[in-house]
Design a protein around this ligand. Structure first.
Ligand SMILES: NC(=O)c1ccc[n+]([C@@H]2O[C@H](COP(=O)([O-])OP(=O)(O)OC[C@H]3O[C@@H](n4cnc5c(N)ncnc54)[C@H](OP(=O)(O)O)[C@@H]3O)[C@@H](O)[C@H]2O)c1
Length: 246
C-alpha cells in the first residue's frame, strides 16, 4: 500500500485530498494543528469507508518540533502500515491573511513566512530520509502568484518562493528519483478562501468557468498527480483555477 502524508489534512483541500487518496487505496497520515476533532472525524469516516488513516498533530510553523514529528511518523508507519518509509508528501497546511502592504505587521509577515515557506522547506528536509526512492512531493502554491490580488502580498510572495523551491527539490532529489511538483489553486470554497456571497460573485466573474472551485477539485488533481499515469510530470506548477483571469 502506498502511503501519503498530508499536512493540514483535517480540513479544506487537505481533507479532500486525504479522502480521495484513501478511496484510491493509499494509506493516509494527515496532520492537524488546532482542530483535533475535525481530524478525528475524518479518520473515522475514512475507516468507515474501508480505508486507513492516522491523524498526527503538527504545527508547520514550529521547525523545532519536526524531529519529534519524524519519530512519530516512523512509529505510525510501523504500527499502522508495516512500513519503514512512505511514498508521498503533500505540503498543504497553511493560513491566509488579507491586509494591504501598507498595514502588514512584522508578526503577520513572519507567521506567513514560517508556515508557507520555511515550514515546507525544513519539514521536507526532516522527512526526506523516510521518503522512498521514486517518491513524490507536492507543494500547495496559489494562483495569487501569477495574478496580483491586492491584500495578499506576503502570502503570494512566499507561495512564489515555494514554487521556486519545488524546482530546487526536483533538482536536488533527482539522484533518488524523487519528483517534486506544485499545485496552485485559484479561489476554492474552504475556510481559508474566505468566501461570502458578494466576494464569491466577484471572483466568479474573473474565472472562465464562471464559478469558484470546490475542495475536491484540488484533492482530485493531487491524487491523480500521485498516480502512475502522471509519473513523468516533474518540477511543474499546475494551476487549478478554472481559468482565473486569462
Ligand atoms: N482555499 C483557497 O482558495 C486556496 C487558494 C490557493 C491556495 N490555497 C492553499 O491550499 C492549502 C490549503 O488551504 P485550505 O483552503 O484547504 O485551508 P483551510 O480549509 O483553512 O485548512 C487549513 C488546514 O491547514 C491546517 N493548518 C493551518 N495552520 C497550520 C499550521 N501552522 N501548522 C499545521 N497545520 C496548519 C489546518 O489545521 P487545523 O484546523 O487543525 O488548525 C487545516 O487542516 C494552503 O496551503 C493554501 O495556501 C488555498
Amino acid at each position: 500500500m502506498k502511503v501519503v502524508i498530508i499536512t493540514g489534512g483535517s480540513r479544506g483541500t487537505g481533507a479532500s485530498t486525504a479522502k480521495i487518496c484513501a478511496a484510491r487505496g493509499m494509506g493516509v497520515v494527515l496532520t492537524y494543528n488546532r482542530n483535533p476533532a475535525a481530524a478525528d472525524a475524518l479518520v473515522a469516516s475514512i475507516a468507515a469507508g474501508g480505508g486507513t488513516a492516522v491523524a498526527l498533530k503538527l504545527d508547520v510553523g514550529d521547525v523545532g518540533s519536526f524531529l519529534a514529528f519524524r519519530e512519530e511518523v516512523a512509529s505510525v508507519l510501523r504500527t499502522s502500515f508495516a512500513r519503514t518509509d512512505f511514498d508521498f508528501l503533500v505540503n498543504n497546511a497553511g493560513h491566509g491573511l488579507y491586509n494591504p502592504i501598507v498595514s502588514v505587521t512584522e508578526e503577520e509577515f513572519d507567521g506567513l513566512f514560517a508556515v508557507h515557506l520555511k515550514g515546507p522547506f525544513f519539514l521536507t528536509q526532516t522527512l526526506l530520509p523516510l521518503i522512498v526512492d521514486g517518491g513524490h512531493i507536492i507543494n500547495l502554491t496559489s494562483a495569487t502568484m501569477r495574478v496580483a490580488f491586492a491584500g495578499v502580498a506576503p502570502y503570494a510572495s512566499f507561495k512564489g518562493g515555494l514554487e521556486v523551491l519545488t524546482r530546487y527539490m526536483a533538482k536536488e532529489f533527482a539522484d533518488r528519483k524523487i519528483r517534486a511538483n506544485s499545485v496552485s489553486p485559484g479561489a476554492i470554497r474552504t475556510e481559508l478562501g474566505g468566501l461570502n456571497e458578494e466576494f464569491e460573485a466577484t471572483l466568479a466573474g474573473m474565472i472562465a468557468l464562471g464559478r469558484v472551485g470546490e475542495p475536491e477539485e484540488i484533492g482530485g488533481v493531487i491524487a491523480s498527480l500521485l498516480s502512475d499515469d502522471n509519473r513523468y510530470i516533474n518540477a511543474q506548477n499546475i494551476e487549478v483555477a478554472g481559468g482565473y483571469i486569462i
